[in-house]
Design a protein around this ligand. Sequence first.
Ligand code: SF4
Length: 508
Amino acid sequence: MTRLLFQGIEGEFDASNELRTGSAASSLFPAPCSSSPVFDKLREECGVVAIHGHPDAARQAYLGLYALQHRGQESAGIATADGQRLANIKGMGLVSEIFTDDVLAKLPGSMAIGHTRYSTTGDSALLNAQPIRVDSTKGLIAIAHNGNLVNLGNIRARLERDGAYFQTTSDSEIIVQLIAHSRAGTLVDAIADSLSQVDGAFSIVMMTRDRVFAARDPRGFRPLSMGRIKNSAGPDTIVFASETCAFDLLRAEYIRDVLPGELVMVTEDGVTSRQYASGVPQSSCIFEHVYFARPDSRIFGRWVQESRDQMGRQLARESGVPADVIVPVPDSGVTAALGYAEEARIPFRFGLIRNHYVGRTFIEPEQRVRDFGVRLKLNPVRNLLEGKRVVLIDDSIIRGTTSRKIVRMVRGAGAKEVHLRISCPPTISPCFYGVDTPSKRDLIAANKSVEEIRRFIEADSLAYLSLDGLLHCCQGDHPTGYCTACYTGNYPTQWVDAEDILPATVSF
Ligand code: SF4
């Protein structure tokens, strides 16, 4: 059962509805999910979308969120505005489970913002699902946020001293409270003022009764793109989305990325923009190219598919090994494996088959079920692996336990040799910018050498892509500054959580 929180269409009312979703929040065989800890992957926090100037804005937001589902599967929400009122509905679960036709019918208006979430800050309760709607001195504002702020504590304490009352523990609300407490005369000045006070990663969409805003933090950690749906009978619909794959479903054309430090405003009169911050070096998240973003998206000015293909090729050049077959760890390792196979001129085969109908096994706390989870999700194709020298391609090793299970599985299917190649450098430090990472003490590469990891995962050989190689693979037409902190420990912001970067205290 999913509980939906309805926020007022006229004023405030909270009504709880029970919605049968068919998802098994308590089942061993739940709904699909691309990023379960069973696979020992890092998890993206959020995806956002915004629509301005469409008669059925809620449905457009729904479609956008549907395409962004891989960025968060815990909760989703859509807020709409019709010039007078601001409605907001959010729930726990997948986008398609929450937003049925009946629910979408409760969201009138030509403007919408939407959010799909996996939380890292604030707890995972419905209270912190987004969009967050706040009735402030500047009027009703709804906000949806992808990323993580890093200077929260100080600002929150200051705002509370100034009389702010927080409804959630989400860092997104801090931005709204800063807007409400800003002394700037106009709303757009207040937003610019508030954004310039927070540090960290944020790609944000916001909405009032009659305007839509989109902004990125000055370093441009998370992606956010602007597009247009052409309307022959009137002004075009303007859309924003975390990834351009959402535009394809909306039949929108890509216009451009929202720039780091830019605040874009869309009104009935058109699109205006201002640079609220400048002069900060760009540090876009390189892991978006490695793993998070969909290969059919163009982010930070480059197609993700192209980057991953190059990563595979570079990996083959840097650490090629004689082999009979190249096998991706599905699904995220597929594009890099194709590049590797082409470069190495070794056949590519789907030697591991993923069951797409198994997902959130991580909600089952028992280790016995977690262990079962890898076998639920992946199965080896024995006739492709038996007697072969196999190169497995994956995009990361986090704790190492899942990699070991996969290596054992391939060997158990008769492989003569199992070599593991990783399409990025060793993950040695946690992320503070909107990605859920274990602390340093739980990251195997922070605590073991590559040779020690190889022995732990029981592979015949192990190699990672070099940092220079990765940076080279992710450069598009224009030079892009990337954050590589999880590979280097060099954080682009001053604020990090010292607890999380302590060395290991546990043995692997
Ligand atoms: S630390 Fe890693 S995951 Fe986090 S923003 Fe930087 S590159 Fe991305």
